[in-house]
Design a protein around this ligand. Structure first.
Ligand SMILES: C[S@@+](CC[C@H](N)C(=O)[O-])C[C@H]1O[C@@H](n2cnc3c(N)ncnc32)[C@H](O)[C@@H]1O
Length: 197
């Protein structure tokens, strides 16, 4: 993701945020407790919703995104630190975090399997992961449309894959899925999982 995506991200997303995403984020992030890691935190849209956490470390590999998120760290209920890093190589020891959060990010990470293994590594055994992601749908026609659109969409939307089967990847990484909540005809899923199965 580049400087242009960072500059327009909040404006482009504003209608969908108001139309439902804000409520989904708020509901999901109430479950973020203890020491929290957010991966791909972008412009920091989730920051106001961390009300129950002890503290949050947020990371994103795009410096322009991190820059935009910094003002949002000052208007929040809990301490938030933002760093530039990739989810595929998390700069933390094993079992550091109580909660790991990812929203609209697994679609964009170049190596999502490696990133999910890393998330499992740094999550405490009793910890959990919270995701809000768009996924490839089961409907054969819509799914094929997502496949067809992805090559073009990837170039327009900073590497975002419309057709990623993120739920399967989460299971494959060894997480135990405890809750799946579909939104928008299963195009978006809220997923909660435990680190240790
Ligand atoms: C669609 S934005 C989502 C931002 C935010 N999480 C949200 O919910 O609005 C995807 C974010 O993933 C970040 N990203 C891309 N590659 C990544 C990687 N390898 N590791 C972590 N984040 C990554 C991008 O820089 C971008 O900020």
């Amino acid at each position: 993701m580049g400087r242009w995506c960072a500059a327009f991200y909040d404006t482009v997303m504003a209608p969908v945020e108001r139309g439902g995403f804000q409520a989904i984020r708020k509901q999901l992030l109430r479950h973020a407790r203890g020491k929290v890691l957010e991966i791909g935190s972008g412009t920091g849209v989730n920051f106001p919703y961390y009300t129950e956490a002890e503290r949050v470390i947020a990371l994103d590999p795009t410096p322009a995104m991190v820059e935009r998120s910094l003002p949002r760290t000052t208007q929040v209920a809990v301490p938030i630190e933002v760093i530039v890093a990739n989810a595929e190589a998390l700069p933390f020891p094993d079992h550091t975090f109580d909660t790991v959060v990812g929203t609209l990010v697994c679609c964009t990470i170049p190596d999502p399997c490696q990133a999910l293994y890393e998330m499992r590594r740094i999550c405490k055994p009793a910890g959990k992961v919270l995701f809000f992601e768009h996924v490839r749908v089961h409907h054969p026609l819509v799914g094929r449309l997502q496949d067809w659109l992805t090559p073009l969409w990837k170039r327009m939307a900073g590497g975002c894959h419309l057709n990623r089967n993120t739920l399967a990847l989460i299971k494959q990484a060894g997480f135990e899925v405890t809750c799946i909540e579909p939104h928008y005809q299963e195009l978006f899923l809220v997923i909660e999982a435990k680190a240790a199965g």
